[in-house]
Design a protein around this ligand. Structure first.
Ligand SMILES: Cc1ncc(COP(=O)(O)O)c(C=O)c1O
Length: 376
C-alpha cells in the first residue's frame, strides 16, 4: 500500500544487504590496506572495465575531482565549450583549472549540447568541448567528434549520468578523449561517494593515476601538481558488491520508467523526454517538461507534489550560467541560451529508484493527472 505519510524523494540510494558487506570489511581490517591502490581498488577497476565494456578506467574519490583531473591530464586551458544545463560541478571543474567556460545552448529534444551551435562559439582560445550526457541520454557524439577533429579540440564527456549506457557502437563511455563518471549516492551505481575517468590507453591511465595521487611517480618524484583524489578500499569493496546487484536495479528502474511513460502518455501538457538513440538505457532520471497547456506552472506543480509528500527536483534549475560566478560571462546571457532557459523553467525530475513501487508511481501520476482538483 502507498503510505501517504511517507515522503517520496526524487531518489533513494541502492544499498546491498549489509551482512554481505561485513566480510569485505573484515578483509580490509585484516589486511590493514585502507587505500593507495589496494586489492579492492584494483579489482573494482577491472570489474568495471568488464561490466562497462571499456579498456581503461581510473577510480576516483568523486566525480568532481575526476572532472578536475581529466582537464588537467589533457592540459586543457583557455576556453572550453560546455552546457549550462547540468549540475554545477561540470563548470566548476573548469574554474578549478583556471579555464573560461563558454556556454552553448542545448537541443530542445535531447537537452544535450546542440552540436549545430558549437562552431560559432569556437575562438582561437578554445581547446576543448565538455558536453554532458544529460540524464544518461547520449550526446550527438559523432557530430561533436567531427567538430573536435576539424578544430583540433579535445572532448571530455561528463558522463556522470551515463553508467552502463550503450549507443550504436557499444559503450557510450568510449567516446571523446575521456569520459568522467560519478558514483555519488544519487547515481544509478553508487559507492556512497566515488567516480572514475575512462580513457583509451594505458599511458593516459598511468598519468591520471599519478595525478590523483598528488602527481607522484614512484616514491620520490613528483611530476605535476596533482591532487588527492584516490578512492579508498571501503568504497572500492562496496562497489564490487554493488556491481552484483546492478542489473536487477536497472530492471526495476526500467519497469518504473515504462509505467510512467504509459500512464503519462495522455496527460495533456506533460512531455516526457524521449530516448535519444541509445540501445541500452540506464533510467537514471525521469524528467518531465511542464508545457503551456498544463493547468499549472512548473513551480505550482512542484509545490502541489510537495504538498502530497512527493519531492521531485527541478534538475537543472537554475541554469549553471545563472550562478554568480558565471552570470557575467558573455555566453551566459539569456539571449545566447534561449532553449536552456526555457527548459530550466519547465523541468521536474520525478522520483525513480529501484525500491519505488509501481503503486507509488501510480499515486504520483494520479496527482499529475488530477491536478485540476487541487488547483487553488
Ligand atoms: C552532471 C554531473 N556532473 C558532475 C557531478 C559531480 O559528481 P560528484 O557528486 O561525484 O562529485 C554530478 C553529480 O553529482 C553530475 O550530476
Amino acid at each position: 500500500m502507498t503510505d501517504p505519510e511517507r515522503p517520496i524523494y526524487v531518489t533513494s540510494p541502492y544499498l546491498p544487504p549489509l551482512e554481505e558487506f561485513i566480510p569485505y570489511l573484515e578483509e580490509i581490517w585484516d589486511s590493514k590496506i585502507l587505500t593507495n591502490k589496494g586489492p579492492f581498488h584494483q579489482k573494482l577497476e577491472r570489474a568495471l572495465c568488464d561490466y562497462l565494456g571499456v579498456e581503461h578506467l581510473a577510480l576516483f574519490a568523486n566525480g568532481t575531482l575526476a572532472l578536475v583531473t581529466a582537464l588537467q591530464a589533457l592540459r586543457v586551458a583557455g576556453e572550453v565549450i560546455t552546457t549550462p544545463y547540468s549540475f554545477v560541478a561540470t563548470s566548476h571543474s573548469l574554474l578549478w583549472n583556471g579555464i573560461k567556460p563558454v556556454f552553448v545552448d542545448i537541443d530542445p529534444n535531447t537537452l544535450n549540447l546542440d552540436p549545430t551551435k558549437i562552431e560559432s562559439a569556437i575562438t582561437p582560445q578554445t581547446t576543448a568541448i565538455l558536453p554532458v550526457h544529460c540524464y544518461g541520454n547520449p550526446c550527438d557524439v559523432d557530430a561533436i567528434q567531427a567538430i573536435a577533429d576539424n578544430y583540433n579540440l579535445k572532448v571530455i564527456y561528463d558522463a556522470a549520468h551515463a553508467f552502463g549506457v550503450q549507443c550504436h557502437c557499444g559503450s557510450l563511455l568510449q567516446h571523446g578523449d575521456l569520459s568522467v563518471m560519478s558514483f555519488h549516492a544519487t547515481k544509478v551505481f553508487n559507492t556512497f561517494e566515488g567516480g572514475a575517468i575512462i580513457c583509451k590507453d594505458a599511458k593516459t591511465k598511468q598519468h591520471i593515476d599519478n595525478l590523483k595521487n598528488f602527481g607522484f611517480v614512484g616514491e620520490t618524484k613528483v611530476v605535476a601538481a596533482g591532487i588527492n583524489a584516490k578512492m579508498d578500499e571501503m568504497r572500492s569493496a562496496l562497489g564490487l558488491l554493488q556491481l552484483g546487484y546492478i542489473d536487477e536495479a536497472l530492471e526495476q528502474r526500467k519497469a518504473i520508467d515504462e509505467t510512467y511513460r504509459r500512464l503519462l502518455k495522455d496527460v495533456k501538457g506533460i512531455r516526457c523526454i524521449e530516448n535519444t538513440g541509445q540501445l541500452v538505457s540506464n533510467y537514471a532520471y525521469f524528467p518531465i517538461l511542464v508545457e503551456l497547456d498544463y493547468p499549472l506552472t512548473r513551480d505550482a506543480l512542484y509545490d502541489q507534489l510537495r504538498q502530497h509528500n512527493i519531492y521531485g527536483r527541478r534538475y537543472f534549475y537554475p541554469l549553471i550560467s545563472d550562478f554568480p560566478m558565471y552570470r557575467g560571462l558573455p555566453s551566459a546571457q539569456q539571449d545566447n541560451l534561449p532553449v536552456a532557459n526555457r527548459i530550466a523553467n519547465q523541468v521536474i525530475c520525478l522520483p525513480i529508484y529501484p525500491e519505488l513501487t509501481i503503486e507509488e508511481v501510480m499515486f504520483i501520476v494520479s496527482i499529475l493527472s488530477n491536478i485540476h482538483f487541487f488547483k487553488d
